[in-house]
Design a protein around this ligand. Structure first.
Ligand code: SF4
Length: 413
């Protein structure tokens, strides 16, 4: 976990961090100033102390370089032990991950979980525990049956007018509850021929008007590869819109560079679905990344997985939704956790998800209320669920219960 030897300018040099303090929460503001005192990036005070301790030879520029972040990611137990005191459950899990979803945490995200205990919500996202090794009978490695809906490598065609295009299996950090934990992190790259076959599939299916580029995390690819993918998809006349699914602004906000925005903005209408799980993820760095994307004209939505002990209560979920809107990200989906192997410790009941929606709807802005969905096991697709607002419905009238429990009637004739 050492910085490269040619990255020798200490943080106390020209790229100086100011306002360093050890006891602030992630998100507290510190500005890095360049030589001419123009602010170039934001780093939380917590991150700056983390850099000072664990990457003492790293420069401000290297910390803010997304490729440096990827090169210096934590991928083994020895490096992880340097930043957090691991519990027995975590040690046992990490030592037995063979063939499963790998461990990978960017230095940036590590700076948010540094010195935390094992119940910390962000730490639980990325550090495995022994329960992850246990599989119940209801769990399956591919619960959404994506494999059986895949006509060519990389493409999943489940819904009539849109396809999922998984362009990489790599993520900058791996979420322990990932739906695609059976494929992500594996060395199964798409080659040039695979890409051409996928483009040809979309080209020959005129009903496809919407392409969701996902993975893995597509934003771990270089600007050049993204440009290649997007330009090919955009050249297909019947594709009306393109979406990208990413967690990069949360775990690797340094990736959102001006050059990336220049690439993305050539391909409007382009939407990005971001993946958030807890309000502590919304740091200044994350907010800056989302601001850059939004200023690039890209509508941003969020997807959140309902996770036991992390976000399965109304106050945490409401705070997350409010903070998302403040950084111009519109809450989109709240997912019931998929039945992937070893996810039992993350899953709550559907009833809990409905309670959360009931606690949001009417009590806060409609924009802050995501759609709660169950992605049906076996490939049935997303099914939206609402709390029980309908008391009675017949040819004459519908009797409804509002968010305060007040009964109202609406005539059907
Ligand atoms: S970023 Fe997405 S694809 Fe990658 S591990 Fe997390 S949930 Fe899975």
């Amino acid at each position: 976990m050492n910085a490269n030897s040619n990255e020798v300018m200490a943080l106390h040099g020209e790229g100086r961090l100011t306002g360093c303090s050890s006891d602030e929460e992630p998100g507290a503001k510190t500005t890095i100033f360049s030589q001419n005192e123009i602010p170039v990036q934001l780093v939380s005070n917590r991150s700056s102390e983390f850099i000072h301790r664990y990457f003492p030879l790293a420069t401000a520029d290297s910390w803010n370089d997304w490729k440096w972040q990827l090169r210096n990611s934590i991928t083994n137990i020895e490096d992880l032990k340097k930043i957090i005191k691991l519990s027995d459950k975590e040690i046992l899990a990490i030592n037995n991950l063979k063939g499963r979803l790998p461990l990978r945490i960017t230095p940036y995200f590590a700076s948010l979980i540094w010195n935390t205990n094992s119940s910390h919500p962000l730490r639980r996202n990325v550090v495995p525990v022994v329960e992850e090794l246990l599989q119940s009978s209801a769990e399956q490695s591919d619960p959404l049956h994506e494999h059986s809906y895949s006509p060519v490598k990389g493409i999943v065609h489940r819904y009539p007018d849109r396809v999922l295009f998984t362009v990489t299996q790599v993520c900058s950090s791996y979420c322990r509850y990932c739906t695609r934990s059976h494929t992500v992190g594996k060395l199964d790259k798409l080659g040039r021929q695979d890409f051409e076959k996928a483009f040809n599939y979309i080209r020959s299916h005129k009903e496809v008007r919407d392409v969701l580029i996902s993975g893995g995390d597509p934003l771990t690819l270089s600007d050049e590869v993204l440009d290649y993918i997007l330009s090919n998809i955009r050249s297909i006349e019947h594709v009306e819109m393109v979406r990208i699914g990413s967690r990069v602004p949360v775990v690797l906000p340094q990736r959102i560079t001006d050059n990336l925005i220049q690439v993305l903005r050539k391909y409007h209408p382009l939407f990005i679905s971001l993946h958030f799980s807890h309000p502590l993820e919304i740091t200044d760095e994350c907010a800056l990344a989302c601001t850059k994307l939004a200023d690039g004209g890209i509508p941003l939505g969020s997807q959140t997985v309902l996770l036991k002990g992390i976000n399965d209560n109304v106050p945490v979920m409401k705070e997350l939704m409010h903070k998302l809107l403040k950084i111009r990200v519109r809450p989109y989906y709240l997912y019931q956790c998929d039945l992937i192997p070893g996810s039992g410790h993350f899953r709550t009941t559907v009833k809990k998800g409905l309670e959360i929606i009931k606690g949001l709807r009417g009590f806060t802005s409609g924009y802050a209320v995501p759609t709660f969905v169950v992605d049906a096991p076996g490939g049935g697709g997303k099914i939206p669920l609402l709390p029980d607002y309908v008391v009675e419905h017949n040819d004459e009238k519908i009797v409804l219960r509002n968010y305060k429990g007040v009964i109202c009637e609406y005539p059907e004739k």
